[in-house]
Design a protein around this ligand. Structure first.
Ligand code: GLN
Length: 194
């Protein structure tokens, strides 16, 4: 198993550090040909507008969509979640692959960042430390999307649609690798056919 990490911008190095710690080989993905070498793709936190611009410039939109359509596992954290989404409430380039409606910067500014213990479907073993930094929330999900985690007020912060996983928070910024392990587990990578 080789995990690709989209390395256009953002905290891809932190994802790679987690993968190193859990003994998973990784590759930085910048160009379409990099995708041919990887079995799964993680899209990090950062700035989704920048992801969009660079992905258009490097011809990455269609290859990533094809990767998803081929059933390969893809996970977006924070800006990566926004980049996956069908509807982000404004005009910016995204993959548009996941049937979720997203509200960017829904929890306020950088100074309003917080960590909260989360219960995530598929992640056993007690609360998971969710790090939220200018995070998006998922306003609504389509019928093929499974909600995996909500905050106490019902706000959706993690969801899955077949081979796509999306989290508003940043598992790459904690010492706790359980969400990475979940994403790379056979339970997740087994493609769901409908
Ligand atoms: N606010 C950023 C965006 O809208 C996401 C922030 C993050 O990834 N920490 O793209």
């Amino acid at each position: 198993m080789i995990a690709g990490v989209l390395a256009l911008q953002g905290d891809f190095a932190e994802h790679i550090a987690v993968l190193d710690r859990i003994g998973v080989a990784s590759v930085e993905v910048r160009l379409p040909r990099d995708l041919e070498r990887v079995d799964a793709l993680i899209m990090p936190g950062g700035e989704s507008t920048t992801f969009g611009k660079l992905a258009v410039r490097w011809g990455m939109i269609e290859p990533i969509c094809a990767f998803i359509q081929a059933g390969k596992p893809v996970w977006g954290t924070c800006a990566g979640l926004i980049f996956l989404a069908r509807d982000v409430g404004r005009d910016q380039p995204t993959l548009g692959m996941m049937d979720i409606k997203v509200r960017r910067n829904a929890f306020g500014r950088q100074a309003d960042s917080f960590t909260m213990g989360l219960h995530i479907v598929g992640v056993p073993g007690g609360p998971y430390p969710g790090v939220f930094i200018r995070a998006p929330l998922i306003e609504s999900v389509g019928s093929d999307v499974e909600v995996l985690c909500t905050l106490p007020d019902g706000t959706i912060v993690a969801a899955r649609q077949g081979n796509m996983l999306a989290t508003s928070f940043h598992p790459e910024l904690t010492r706790d690798a359980r969400v990475h392990e979940f994403f790379l587990s056979t339970e997740f990578t087994r493609v769901q056919t409908r």
